[in-house]
Design a protein around this ligand. Structure first.
Ligand code: ADP
Ligand code: GN1
Ligand code: MG
Length: 357
């Protein structure tokens, strides 16, 4: 580390003890003690243009503040507030690899890291659905694409094929079975991107990383309070947000569980999330979107699985890993979940139809 955290804090006019916080795969998060703030070191390897990224966040949270205030909510707690630097900027760039931003700490909240219950997932559905609905009128063309082709699944398949071809880390020989699974299933990878290009599926402001731990819930009531981790807010499809949330949320095991007998897709939890989500977006959702809700869980799980497999082949250059073969374990886990979702797809479709009635 070539930075001093206390020096960084001073750029935001804050002086406090500080420690690491949270457990994301991408950024480094810290929390100050008194007064409390969230400080994050943006992963500049993943986010190539931090200036555009912070413009997106300022733009979206600015819009949300107005919508929240118009609905008699509390903008300071229901969306993120960027703390500016002493020179009035949205971030501090110590050097080109060490870029920091600060947020107001939203107290009295909790996150769900694992073992989400049906009730938690109903609340999460409400939270992410409300986020989609509140941004329905947002001027989409003012947003930058912070990671190009982030949820372009066919492009992710091409990236995997390239990684297989290059075999940079010499690991291809260990994973013939996983490669076969990935390529055999590639046929469904373009359903959402095709719909977006033909205009059948509307382009929306989407969060694109709707893990349940990216919502702060009110500690007392359990109600969803604030959607966080806005780095990947970009133009996209609501199906990305819906599907991605279920990938972890409706799985009976953690994303990196190695005992695959423990990995199942829980349709009751799926129903709870769908109920919360649909309840919020009912008036803005189109028929084409509704038809693909159940499918989107399979698509996003497949996409994440091939991203983990690609990173494994590339020598673990993207996702933080905490043990040997971590990305491979994650990929195997996601592929098992894809099989499980595929088996239940008809049931899931019936659940969605029933909720939409
Ligand atoms: P990552 O991209 O690494 O997942 P997040 O932005 O999701 O980082 O933040 C990591 C964790 O920090 C969250 O899961 C949450 O527990 C906590 N957190 C983030 N922002 C805030 C905030 N404004 N107030 C309170 N807690 C927060
Ligand atoms: C990353 O930052 P975090 O841990 O919330 C990743 C997501 C993946 C997820 C897999 C910018 O999310 O796309 O779905 O890991 N974020 C980015 O757990 O690539
Ligand atoms: Mg996060």
């Amino acid at each position: 580390m070539s930075f001093d955290l206390h020096d960084i804090l001073s750029k935001f006019r804050v002086s406090s003890t500080i420690s690491e916080y949270g457990n994301g795969h991408i950024n480094d998060t810290y929390c100050t003690e008194n007064p409390r703030y969230i400080l994050q070191r943006i992963n500049t390897n993943v986010f190539k243009n931090h200036d555009e990224l912070m413009q997106n966040i300022a733009n979206v949270t600015g819009f949300l503040r107005k919508v929240i205030a118009d609905n008699y909510g509390d903008p300071d707690r229901e969306t993120l507030t960027i703390i500016k630097t002493t020179d009035g900027k949205n971030y501090h760039e110590a050097d080109k690899n060490n870029v920091f931003r600060m947020y107001r700490f939203i107290s009295g909240t909790k996150t769900v890291e694992s073992g989400a219950t049906e009730k938690d997932m109903y609340s999460a559905g409400k939270g992410f659905g409300k986020f989609t609905r509140m941004l329905d009128k947002f001027p989409i063309d003012t947003l930058f694409e912070t990671i190009k082709d982030f949820h372009n699944t066919p492009k992710r398949v091409l990236d995997l094929k390239e990684a297989i071809e290059n075999d940079t880390a010499g690991r291809r020989r260990y994973i013939e079975k996983e490669i076969e699974f990935a390529l055999d299933n590639a046929a469904f990878s373009d359903r959402v991107t095709e719909g977006l290009s033909s205009g059948v599926i509307p382009l929306r402001v989407t969060h694109n990383d709707t893990k349940i731990n990216n919502i702060l819930f009110d500690e007392q009531s359990g109600e969803p309070l604030c959607v966080i981790d806005l780095d990947t807010v970009m133009p996209g499809s609501m199906l990305y947000d819906f599907g991605d949330a279920l990938r972890i949320g409706a799985s009976t095991a953690a994303e990196d569980e190695t005992n695959l007998d423990r990995v199942h897709f829980d349709e009751t939890v799926f129903r709870a999330f769908a109920k919360g989500y649909i309840g919020q977006v009912r008036d803005v959702m189109t028929g084409a979107e509704a038809e693909l809700l159940a499918f989107s869980a399979k698509l996003m799980t497949y996409e994440c699985g091939i991203r983990f497999l690609t990173d494994y082949l590339n020598g673990d250059t993207y996702f933080k890993i905490h043990r040997e073969n971590h990305n491979l374990d994650r990929a195997r886990n996601q592929f098992r979940l894809v099989e499980e979702i595929a088996k239940k797809e008809n049931v899931l479709n019936i659940i969605v139809k029933d909720l939409i009635k």
